[in-house]
Design a protein around this ligand. Structure first.
Ligand code: M6R
Length: 600
């Protein structure tokens, strides 16, 4: 979703800002812009489309050492140059970039700004016009900014420039992520550390309802009531090279192929010297003491949560409910007496999940966040965090984070089971090592999966993924992967459910991918395949070595039956990738999507 970058220092900032925006491209956006200070003036360059389009319109001869930049993912108002940020106040004195949603912007417009001519359809413009309104009433910029922030309902990360006070960037945050980047003789603003890694690794975290004065030599944080806050900086443990594509044509392909290494890294991080699992005992204690675990997540992370339920219930014997965060937030189910919450989020910034976390913390329930991003909002605000150690995931379509989430959930399940003294016939560290090898073997067969994509998905037909039990969970993820990057309509179904309605969609040649990795439902899912084939479908069966039959298209290497999702998803990721590639889609940045969904 929207991204912010800002710089104030001694060096020319145009390239710093544009490079920062390029690092934020992965979040998804439809337009971009920068505002730079130049001799008592502020110059704005903005464009609908990609950063490369923006680069073409920037005046490279302009000398400037202060500026703010933005990538916009449209919420209020269509994607257009007019609606893209930065926005200015009526006189042009104030210039703003903003992430988030101001829920009461229409009311504020009516109440305070009825006489002001607005040039965009955005909620953001209200903020900058309000600052000018309060300055016109005789306040200095700090006070006017403060008064404005107090009126806003909703989420915001803001960077504001005052043309009459050019040595300062005014910053504020509520619910939307924002960091201050610290340097020698410069400081910066970024909605994600990645956007400033090329200039600094040192950051200051901002909390909700804080405002900040950033100059090139000083950073001062305040509450909205003006109380000063002292906070220590942290070092972002990110490597710039982790964010490069290297020789890969797409981040998605790179990330699919990183999965064996990620699983090995997880083994290494969650194992102690004696080769047994090591997780903070207080996390395991909380889980053991709970009478029910609630997993809350969105999208791919939700799908990983469904696999996590199987693992936790089968291995640790604790009942688990998996909920979509956006539903849970407004339709809370009846909770057990001693619930424990697990939030799964690659980015750690997903607004829907965060809403639930805030609600559950208010109720005093313990919460664990499983995330890929240390220091992210969901990590900071939960009681406990377990990291995925997957390295930055840049492609919008989540791949390695999904398998990392399942691997970490598997390790937690064993640790809880051991804590509860349960007899175990699975040792996750050992089984995950087998999985990592199997993943590598599967990656070596990608040409096979490309051919499947060509054979089954070259037309515009809807496609279906069917499976039972754990395979059904993977089918949901496989269908999401295919639809989000190739725009082919696809759905995941429980094999047994098809004949209760959805089988009506099957016609001559409809591609149906069937997963058959579970012995207890092997014959039933194959029966479901026969049912759709009899109605003209073109089935593609993906099975496990021990269950393979002659008609199977893809046979996967054997892994433990509880860990099959970790490998059965990989051909599905490749098939989605190649289907999108052959259709000429923008694989890493699919239309309408954002990597980090920071609005509800
Ligand atoms: O960062 P999160 O894991 O919280 O994100 C949740 C979803 O937005 C995300 O998994 C989304 O579904 C993926 N981009 C799908 O590939």
């Amino acid at each position: 979703m929207c991204g912010i970058v800002g710089y104030i220092g001694n060096n020319d900032c145009k390239e710093i800002l544009l490079k920062g925006l390029e690092k934020l491209e992965y979040r998804g956006y439809d337009s971009a812009g920068i505002a730079v200070v130049n001799n008592y003036d502020v110059e704005i360059f903005k464009e609908q489309g990609r950063i490369r389009d923006l680069r073409n319109i920037v005046d490279w001869n302009l000398a400037t050492t202060t500026g703010i930049g933005h990538t916009r993912w449209a919420t209020h108002g269509k994607p257009s140059k007019r609606n893209s940020h930065p926005h200015q106040s009526a006189t042009g004195r104030f210039t703003i970039v903003h992430n988030g949603v101001i829920e009461n912007y229409e009311q504020l417009k009516k109440q305070y700004l009825a006489h002001v001519h607005f040039v965009s359809d955005t909620d953001t413009e209200v903020i900058v016009q309000l600052v000018e309104h309060f300055v016109n009433e005789g306040n200095d910029t700090f006070k006017a900014f403060q008064e404005t922030l107090k009126l806003l309902h909703g989420s915001y990360a803001i960077a504001l420039i005052d043309n009459e006070n050019q040595d300062t960037i005014f910053v504020a945050k509520n619910k939307s992520p924002l960091l201050i980047g610290l340097g020698d003789n410069f400081n910066g603003v970024a909605s994600d550390a990645m956007a400033m890694l090329h200039v600094t690794k040192r950051y200051l975290e901002l909390k909700d309802q804080e405002m900040v004065i950033v100059t090139k030599s000083q950073v001062q944080i305040f509450t909205l009531n003006g109380e000063k806050i002292i906070r220590k900086p942290f070092i972002a443990e990110l490597d710039v090279s982790d964010m490069e594509k290297g020789t890969y044509s797409h981040y998605m392909l790179k990330e699919i192929e990183e999965q064996p290494y990620v699983v090995r890294k997880i083994i290494q991080k969650y194992q102690n010297d004696t080769g047994t699992i090591h997780i903070d005992p207080s996390i395991i204690g909380e889980l053991m003491n709970s009478d029910r675990i609630y997993i809350v997540a969105c999208g791919t992370s939700y799908h990983a949560g469904i696999v996590g339920k199987y693992l936790m219930e089968k291995v640790a014997g604790i009942p688990v409910e998996v909920h979509l965060a956006s539903e849970f937030a407004y339709n809370r189910p009846l909770l057990s007496k001693k619930p424990m919450f697990i939030f799964i989020s690659q980015s750690g910034e997903t607004a829907d999940s965060r809403t639930v976390l805030v609600q559950m913390k208010e109720l005093g329930y313990p919460a664990l966040t499983i995330t890929n991003v240390p220091g992210s909002t969901l990590s900071r605000e939960a009681d406990y965090t377990l990291l995925l150690h997957a390295g930055p995931e840049i492609a919008v379509a989540s791949t390695k984070a999904y398998t990392a989430q399942i691997a970490v959930l598997a390790i937690i399940a064993e640790a809880v089971a051991l804590g509860l003294g349960r007899e175990l016939n699975i040792r996750m560290i050992h089984e995950l090592a087998i999985v990592a090898n199997a993943m590598e073997e599967i990656s070596n067969r990608k040409i096979e999966f490309e051919q499947v994509a060509i054979d089954y998905l070259s037309s515009d037909r809807s496609s279906f993924f069917i499976g039972r039990g754990l395979d059904y969970a993977v089918c949901l993820e496989a269908a999401l992967k295919l639809k989000e990057i190739s725009y082919i309509h696809s759905e995941g179904f429980a094999g047994g459910e098809l004949k209760h309605g959805s089988i009506a969609l099957i016609e001559e040649g409809t591609p149906v991918f069937a997963l058959a990795t579970q012995e207890n439902v092997n014959l039933s899912i194959r029966g479901n395949v026969k049912e759709v084939a009899a109605r003209g479908a073109k089935p593609c069966i993906i099975s496990m070595e021990s269950l393979a039959m002659e008609e199977d298209e893809i046979v996967l290497p054997q892994v433990h039956k509880l860990l099959t999702p970790l490998i059965s998803v990989i051909p599905m990721q490749y098939i989605a990738y190649y289907a999108a590639l052959h259709r000429g889609c923008d694989v890493d940045k699919p239309r309408n999507l954002a990597k980090s969904v920071t609005v509800e």
